[in-house]
Design a protein around this ligand. Sequence first.
Ligand SMILES: Nc1ncnc2c1ncn2[C@@H]1O[C@H](COP(=O)(O)OP(=O)(O)OP(=O)(O)O)[C@@H](O)[C@H]1O
Length: 278
Amino acid sequence: MTEPAISVTGVDRVFGKGRKQVVALTDVDLTVADGEFVALIGPSGCGKSTLLRLVADLDTATSGEIKVFGKGARQARLDQDYGIAFQQAGLLPWRTVAGNIELPLKIHGAAPALRKARVAELLELVGLTDFAKNHPDQLSGGMQQRVAIARALAESPRLLLMDEPFGALDEITRERMQNELVRICAETGAAVLFVTHSIPEAVFLSDRVVVMSPRPGRITGIVDVRADGLADHHDRTERARDQEGFFRAVAEVRALLHGGASTSSAGVEPAGVGVEER
Ligand SMILES: Nc1ncnc2c1ncn2[C@@H]1O[C@H](COP(=O)(O)OP(=O)(O)OP(=O)(O)O)[C@@H](O)[C@H]1O
């Protein structure tokens, strides 16, 4: 059997001491299978980013164990087993689109010919071939995010860690980016751990949606959207947004966010309405 992409066991993260202590995460267990797409959703402060940061080795758990492809988080970072994309694209303004995408390869000493070929491939993957020589300030927000995703994919990671990568985009661009991400995942086969505030976004993109609650941050439930009749995330198409199973999964996630309350009288939320706006 292949190693899971991520395995989190009994993880706690406590910040500060005494009266200022914040229990950001308590007793979190989560497995993301190789090639699986898992979304983390929950109200502000429930520990989504903290969990992602622990997996990325940007922070250390107070207790518990985190493995990435069977290795410790630190070793996985050193081995560049994953790519990261955050809400702010974080591009270097003085480098071109191609220069930004190339950066991780350059830092890790890839030969120029190899870099050039890989950048061309990635530009095509994210549909920005014609913009290779542009600078970030000449691109729209969605295009900048595509550059960031291409950069995260530069070293062909088997895992992507994404923290609200589409959070700053308008709804139409956001849906387009979601469709792009589905296609990119199908082409690369990468597993994804994806933080979002949007229920429809989580359901549309994922195989499983992990619902968290705050104080202390913990997992309150997991919705497997495939059990609601949605295709595996690699095979998802735009039509999934209109399927009955999609609305069922949205209602299930919402019920978990509300502590198991019935959603039947509330109906299904319109696309794009996030946790925070509710
Ligand atoms: N470095 C830190 N020092 C102290 N407290 C922290 C630190 N990082 C996070 N926290 C606290 O941990 C809790 C979880 O924060 P986190 O950013 O993980 O939540 P989140 O679910 O990602 O929130 P949001 O949806 O608003 O981004 C919050 O109460 C936050 O204030």
